[in-house]
Design a protein. Structure first.
Length: 130
């Protein structure tokens, strides 16, 4: 299991990547949202944390990196719905990048057993339709 080491003033917290829903940047700080509803703020930028994330994490906006394992659906207006009920609007400039990242996670066309997200019965192919 992959983990992310989050720095704090007097300690470091090692968290499993699967437990992270999203990271939200705000200047020199990053708010990390977890599956259990907890949120913590670390004094690192998104850019500093991004290299330590797995391929399931994609940057959808200047301020947001999401874990695609917790992506439920893409709405008709382009909003991305996360497993904690939050709706995020991806950047127009990141649209192609997001689609490419989701395609790299999707299974091959000859595989009829499509990958489904844990919280959703919706196949990833539906998410790829922009």
């Amino acid at each position: 299991m992959q983990t992310l080491l989050l720095p704090f003033p007097k300690q470091r917290l090692d968290v499993p990547l699967d437990d992270i829903i999203r990271l939200e940047g705000a200047r020199n700080y990053t708010k990390v949202t977890f599956t259990d509803g907890n949120e913590i703020i670390v004094s690192k930028t998104l850019k500093a944390l991004e290299p330590f994330l797995s391929v399931e994490f994609i940057r959808i906006h200047r301020s947001f990196v999401i874990n695609t394992r917790h992506l439920i659906k893409k709405g008709p207006t382009g909003f991305l719905y996360m497993s904690d009920g939050v709706r995020l609007k991806p950047s127009r400039r990141k649209k192609k990048e997001i689609k490419k990242a989701l395609e790299s996670i999707a299974p091959s066309p000859q595989n009829t057993n499509y990958y489904h997200y844990e919280q959703s019965s919706q196949p990833i192919q539906r998410l790829l339709r922009w």
